[in-house]
Design a protein around this ligand. Structure first.
Ligand code: 6GU
Length: 418
């Protein structure tokens, strides 16, 4: 990959000569060229800026100087033909700006397949708008104004270093061990990364989770998955909401895991009436809980400690848990109405397929211990509650139950049993 950087501070980019990116440059995997914008400026001061039309604070970088600079360097590079386009040999011009599109892992991933990238580091109040406008008008490389986040930097240099690091590390050969890329935060699952540990076994009185010393990889993966879910729900609940990156990958288990920890989810539904009812419930739940992170419900805590065998998930028409609260209420209701102690049923509507076969299968498979009248009751309760909807059953063995049990439930166990 070739990278060209235009800046009035070429020295800024010496940081790219160290560590992995330095090595990649030495080996030839990465070629980084910096260009001093002042080389295209005229006059004794080689000034590149002027005062803004319309007035206002600060100075604006001149579009003509920028266009000349890019033209003289980019014209010497190989063309961006459509054939190359198909084979991934593309070019892009990247302009750091607080008003650009967000630099995400997806964007970094896409750009890492490009052959050549040009970064244009503006300073002061930015570059005359006609610079980007003219570039977009020309037939030539794709132009992307990008931003790191909702804050303002003094110039594009530091943002460019960040972008280059995010992009270049995804170029094969730049990072020796490509496997280390698969499980990190913002990776495929969309979840944040689980915590990691190394020797010594004790630091500041803190030990290592036992499971990580067990050598049991299934257990270790399960533990890591659970911690990734918790961490994401705690610090980035937006990733789990509609449109969030982790949303589509959430399994039935994941949804239940999160619901039991009090994370309520917004709802999407094709059915207007249903959708409204569910939204009201969710809203109420969110109000009661002051956000996504809710208190732990005593109802579910009690249920969890009753050593039950099954969880019945009544999912929403679109497969979502309605809200922790509705789930908890339904769980308590169904259990009290229909079953004896020793089983827990967590409920929430769902509807990709017809209800009846699924309900029958559920009753046959999951509720063998229920009496016929209990089954009839369940059937009518469910069908009045969620007409025509499907049901999902999660059968819990002891191990799954242990994973699902929220830590605070464990802590308050004694209290609740009294
Ligand atoms: Cl890419 N540039 C500048 N100047 N400020 C920023 C930014 C970029 N991203 C966030 N703030």
């Amino acid at each position: 990959m070739r990278i060209d950087i235009f800046t009035i501070f070429p020295d800024f980019f010496k940081v790219l000569d160290v560590s992995l990116l330095g090595k990649a440059q030495t080996s030839g995997t990465l070629e980084i060229q910096t260009h001093n914008l002042r080389d295209w400026a005229e006059g004794p001061h080689r000034s590149v800026d002027d005062t803004p039309y319309g007035g206002g604070a600060g100075m604006v970088m001149r579009a003509d100087i920028w266009l000349n600079a890019l033209e003289s360097v980019l014209s010497s590079l190989p063309e961006n033909s459509s054939e190359e386009h198909a084979s991934g040999s593309q070019q892009a011009i990247l302009v750091p700006s607080p008003s650009g599109v967000r630099l995400t892992q997806e964007l970094a991933q896409r750009l890492s397949t490009y052959q050549q990238l040009t970064f244009c580091c503006g300073r002061y109040e930015g570059i005359d708008a006609r610079f980007v406008e003219a570039l977009k008008d020309q037939e030539g490389p794709e132009v992307i104004e990008f931003s790191l986040g909702d804050y303002v930097l003094n110039g594009g240099e530091s943002a460019t270093v960040v972008a280059i690091e995010a992009i270049a590390r995804l170029v094969p050969e730049v990072i020796g061990n490509q496997e280390s890329l698969t499980e990190e935060s913002h990776g495929e699952s969309g979840l944040l990364e689980y915590p990691i540990y190394t020797r010594p076994a004790e630091v500041a009185g803190l030990g290592i989770p036992e499971v990580l010393k067990s050598g049991n990889h299934a257990d270790i993966n399960a533990w890591r998955h659970d911690r990734a879910l918790e961490k994401t729900a705690e610090v980035r609940p937006d990733l789990l909401q509609i449109g969030g990156k982790a949303r589509a990958n959430l399994s039935t288990y994941d949804r239940l895991f999160l619901a039991l920890r009090g994370y309520a989810f917004a709802i999407e539904s094709a059915n207007q009436a249903h959708s409204e009812r569910l939204s009201n419930v969710t809203e109420a739940a969110l109000k009661q809980t002051g956000g996504f992170k809710t208190t732990h419900s005593p109802v579910i805590t009690k249920l969890i400690h009753k050593k039950k065998n099954y969880v019945l998930l009544l999912a929403h028409p679109c497969g979502d848990l309605i809200s922790a609260f509705e789930v908890l209420e339904a769980a308590a209701d169904i259990r009290h109405t229909l079953f004896g102690e020793g089983q827990v049923f967590v409920a929430a509507p769902q509807a990709e397929t017809g209800a009846t076969p699924a309900l029958n299968a559920l009753l046959d498979a999951g509720f063998k211990r229920a009496s016929n009248s209990q089954r009839r009751n369940l059937r009518s309760l469910l069908s009045s509650e969620i007409p025509g909807e499907d049901l999902q059953v999660l059968e819990l063995d002891a191990a799954l139950m242990a994973r699902l049990t929220p830590p605070r439930a464990a802590a308050s166990k004694d209290l609740l049993e009294k």
